[in-house]
Write a protein that binds this ligand. Structure first.
Ligand code: AMP
Length: 218
């Protein structure tokens, strides 16, 4: 199964993606994680991406599409994928279709986790991410057991540079203008499934899991 998970920043995509990859043995490809790793490693691509990320802007398509294409061309991408944070525009969705076709792969579903803006802003400013394994926590809804320490790997938790109030507003604006039109693209292909992300983490996941199980047994 090849799945896309989408949703505005702070909807809980990363948390749901972690659960989905475990239960359905999917390879998790998060373009945001790829960029954050490149920034951490100080690569040329990372330096370029950081200029956009810090402002809450989208990294240009020629960089993102190239990275995804390279990643999907590796043999381990044949076993089932979870694309997280890509595609983010109709143009990226079209580019993905082309890459998938070349690789003889196809998208089986697009799951959208939806949450209203007020809630998103409150969540994002309370989000903490593990510097080591990338796991997401939230000081309000999903706090770590020990302050600033990851429950999974004991790595240090940090507040993302792009989770400040101004950048969050910019990212939400971009989501509304550039990513929302993508819904229509996938709806027309009959691949779109929306889940209410304002519910508890486990309730959101129960809805996603039920949907994926049905899809798997089709
Ligand atoms: P995320 O972790 O998915 O919220 O991504 C963090 C940041 O990485 C975004 O705000 C963008 O600057 C950049 N980024 C991630 N995925 C993409 C993409 N598909 N297209 C353009 N920029 C992206």
């Amino acid at each position: 199964m090849n799945i896309i998970i989408m949703g505005p920043p702070g909807a809980g995509k990363g948390t749901q993606a972690e659960k989905m990859t475990k239960d359905f043995a999917l390879l998790h490809i998060s373009t945001g994680d790829i960029f954050r790793n490149a920034v951490k490693e100080g690569t040329e691509m990372g330096k370029k991406a950081k200029e956009y990320m810090d402002k809450g802007l989208l990294v240009p398509d020629e960089i993102v599409v190239g990275i995804v294409k390279e990643r999907l061309s590796r043999p381990d991408s044949k076993e089932g994928l979870l694309l997280d944070g890509f595609p983010r525009t109709v143009e990226q969705a079209e580019a993905l279709d082309k890459v998938m076709q070349e690789l003889e792969l196809k998208i089986n579903a697009v799951i959208s986790v939806d949450v209203n803006e007020e809630e998103l802003i409150s969540r994002l400013t309370a989000r903490r991410v593990c510097r080591n394994c990338g796991a997401n926590f939230n000081l309000k809804y999903n706090p770590p057991k020990v302050r600033n320490i990851c429950d999974h790997c004991s790595g240090e938790l940090y507040h993302r540079d792009d989770d400040t109030i101004d950048t969050v507003k910019e990212r939400l604006d971009i989501y509304n203008k550039q990513t929302l039109p993508m819904i229509e693209y996938y709806r027309q292909k009959n691949l779109y499934f929306s889940v209410d992300g304002a519910q508890q983490i486990n309730q959101v996941y129960a809805a996603i899991k039920a949907y994926l199980e049905k899809l798997k047994n089709k």
